[in-house]
Design a protein around this ligand. Structure first.
Ligand SMILES: Nc1ncnc2c1ncn2[C@@H]1O[C@H](COP(=O)(O)OP(=O)(O)OP(=O)(O)O)[C@@H](O)[C@H]1O
Ligand SMILES: [Mg+2]
Length: 335
């Protein structure tokens, strides 16, 4: 069978990324231009600044991705771009650029869901992973427990009722003075602490999640006692959220009779969360997570998800638009 080369384009938040991926799983290049340094001084992503920086970066990032992969535009079979969810101005840069390339090169365009991209990051790291499996998407904007029925068929089993887990990590880090983005900083500091601070439990029915209660409790504790041990606070927060994640994933696994669990999204880079999921392997579970560079936003994962859409016959018209609140279970008819 002829190889299929996908050019992936990602611009949903503060990373401008372009990648070249062969047959959905082999990364030939993955260039990520992060704007973290620019947004750091504001304590979070400023949408208008993000859009402007995407415009400035996207051509150079694309050229580098082609050069690193050793290919030219003619070798591309499909152009996959993130069209949602994300910041509308940021998404529009990648979508417009992908549409222009598709038109100029006369190559198919495949609008791709960013969250399907996070899931697909696992296909790149683990060549043996195939649906069905359960995926726990833990990122800056999402906390979703999803049954991956097939490469293009998803069922949401549970999701957060308030804050996404990454948001909670970032907020806790900001309040205790660790800076942005907080997740990796909490991860590091927690290793020096003990999980000895009791945090109030929030009861949520079924397979849903809730993180705003624990976030508020930590903010209040720190305000009342600014000298509280920050490392212990980070360790206690990580233990608290990890127990909820593991419990719900195991519950979903038992309900569906599926013992393969994959983690995805930026928070799946967290070392404590990984360690605790790996412990489930002793009980017969198969645990997967992407290599760290593929956990946070990148275009290789978009190329992989776009490849699976493309081979199932889904392509987009040049009328494709950004959909900031795109849902994973939306069946979006693109052609
Ligand atoms: N080691 C880590 N531990 C905990 N959180 C982490 C770690 N590394 C990154 N994160 C968190 O991951 C989040 C970023 O992940 P990602 O790029 O997947 O989110 P996003 O693209 O902003 O949101 P979404 O994908 O839901 O639209 C941030 O909240 C960041 O703090
Ligand atoms: Mg993301």
């Amino acid at each position: 069978m002829k190889d299929i080369i996908t050019l992936g384009i990602e611009s949903s938040c503060d990373e401008t990324s372009v990648a070249v991926v062969k047959n959905g799983r082999e990364v030939l290049s993955n260039v990520i231009n992060s704007q973290i340094n620019i947004h750091e001084k504001f304590g979070g992503v400023v949408p208008e600044i993000a859009s402007r920086n995407h415009v400035e970066a996207i051509s150079a990032v694309t050229k580098k991705a082609l050069k690193d992969a050793g290919i030219s535009f003619e070798n591309i079979d499909n152009i996959a771009c993130t069209y949602g969810p994300g910041l509308v101005g940021a998404l529009l840069v990648g979508v417009s650029y992908a549409k222009a390339l598709s038109y100029a090169l006369n190559k198919p365009l495949t609008g791709t869901n960013h969250i399907e991209g996070h899931i697909a990051a696992n296909y790149i790291t683990h060549k043996d992973l195939k649906p069905p499996f359960i995926c726990l998407i833990i990122s800056g904007g999402h906390t979703h427990l999803v049954h991956i029925k097939d490469y293009d068929k998803f069922e949401i089993l549970g999701k957060t009722r308030d804050d996404a887990i990454g948001e909670a990590f970032d907020k806790v880090a900001r309040v205790i003075g660790l800076g942005y983005p907080g997740g990796p900083k909490v991860d590091k500091l927690a290793k020096e602490g003990k999980a000895n601070i009791e945090l109030p439990k929030t009861h949520v029915d079924g397979l849903d999640f809730s993180f705003s209660g624990v976030k508020t409790a930590i903010i209040n504790m720190h305000h009342k006692n600014p000298d509280i041990n920050k490392a212990d606070l980070c360790a206690s927060f990580e233990k608290y959220v990890t127990e909820i994640l593991v419990n719900n994933a195991v519950k979903a696994s038992k309900k569906l009779g599926i013992n393969t669990i994959a983690l995805a999204g930026g928070v799946s880079a967290n070392s404590y969360i990984r360690e605790n999921f790996i412990k489930l392997e002793k009980q017969g579970y198969k645990i997967y997570y992407p290599e760290p560079i593929l956990c946070t936003d990148n275009a290789a994962m978009i190329a992989s998800a776009g490849y699976y859409r493309f081979i199932s016959g889904v392509t987009s018209e040049l009328t494709l638009n950004a959909v900031p609140n795109l849902k994973i279970d939306n069946v979006t008819i693109l052609d």
